[in-house]
Design a protein around this ligand. Structure first.
Ligand code: ZN
Length: 327
């Protein structure tokens, strides 16, 4: 919808918002209306040098979207720790020269816009809570099972940011004392047991013990254990491969064990699972539900959350950041 169509649609510019998702390869911006629909998108490549070059690309994406849709609501969704005033990237593990940068101030300097910055997991959880699988719920946990394990909590209708922007980093909750070493420096983190990376590591260990059982699974890649990736496992499981199903069951079990703890801490009505591994659907969710019940403290004495798949897919971060900029 062009801006000139706004009057006839009954929308005003303050109803619209722009969300920008900062990915490893692309900066994807979109204009989002109050129904969560994306009216227009625009993307540019993420510059490898990060820092100010990235700020200029974000400014360019926003400026392009503003040329057709006027709004003052602009939200940036990025992986990392974000200050509680929603301005500064305290720590961005995947982007060069962005640590400690006040993104809101930098964008204002480049192109005169006001914006907020949100953690990508918070943005996606908010989108699911307003428009997706957790629609209308006040207490929502979202777990994004991708390369790592991202976490976000909506508590009493508000995203949990914490005092320092490090709230709800569930991926680094310790689930196994002296377990696998994590990139964060601690051993035994949740994401070392329930993530796409963990899934592949667990699969490789199972296959090396019994390579004959994995002939069909390995044929989805280059035939070697080293060539195995997560999508081979989810695809093979969906096609009925017994080994792949067992590997996913193991991952789902770990996921559910962590959810039992999170359910006691946050008392959510729903736990939304997103990220690439959720392509496995019920093959992951069913074992997660069983493990949650098995490990749930005071089981039978209190309601337990539903565990469901996310609905909004890859655009959730963009939509959530846009919507949060209106609040
Ligand atoms: Zn960790």
């Amino acid at each position: 919808m062009a801006n000139s169509d706004l009057a006839s649609s009954g929308l005003t510019s303050s109803d619209l918002a722009i969300g920008v998702d900062i990915g490893g390869t692309k900066v994807l911006g979109g204009v989002v209306d109050t129904n969560g629909s994306i009216l227009r998108t625009f993307r540019e490549d993420t510059p490898r040098e990060g820092g100010d070059a990235l700020n200029r690309v974000i400014a360019s994406v926003v400026t392009e979207l503003l040329s057709t849709h006027k709004t003052e609501n602009i939200g940036i969704s990025a992986a990392g720790l974000v200050s509680s005033d929603r301005q500064t990237m305290l720590g961005a593990p995947n982007i060069k020269d962005w640590d400690g940068v006040n993104i809101a101030q930098a964008l204002n300097k480049i192109c005169g816009i006001n914006s907020i910055v949100e953690n990508d997991a918070n943005s996606a959880a908010w989108a699911e809570r307003v428009y997706g699988a957790g629609k209308g719920q006040e207490n929502v946990i979202m777990i994004t099972v991708g390369t790592g394990l991202g976490g976000a909590a909506i508590v009493d209708g508000k995203p949990l940011r914490g005092a320092n922007g490090t709230g709800a980093e569930f991926g680094h909750m310790r689930v196994v004392p002296d377990g696998e070493l994590c990139g964060c420096g601690i051993r035994g983190c949740y994401e070392q047991y329930a993530s796409g990376t963990a899934l592949v590591r667990q699969a490789k260990a199972a296959i090396s013990q019994n390579p004959d059982s994995a002939r069909d699974l390995l044929a989805r890649g280059d035939g070697t254990i080293a060539g195995l990736v997560g999508s081979h496992i989810t695809d093979a499981a969906r096609a009925g491969d017994r080994l792949a199903i067992a590997i996913l069951q193991n991952s789902g079990d770990w996921l559910g064990q962590g959810i039992a703890t999170l359910a006691m801490l946050f008392d959510p009505s729903i736990v939304v699972i997103g990220g690439g591994v959720i392509d496995a659907g019920e093959l992951l969710l069913e074992p997660a539900r069983k493990a949650m019940m098995r490990e749930m403290p005071f089981v039978g004495k209190h309601p337990v959350p539903e565990i469901v798949a996310a609905k909004l897919g890859n655009e959730a971060g963009l939509v959530g950041a846009a919507d949060l900029s209106r609040n």
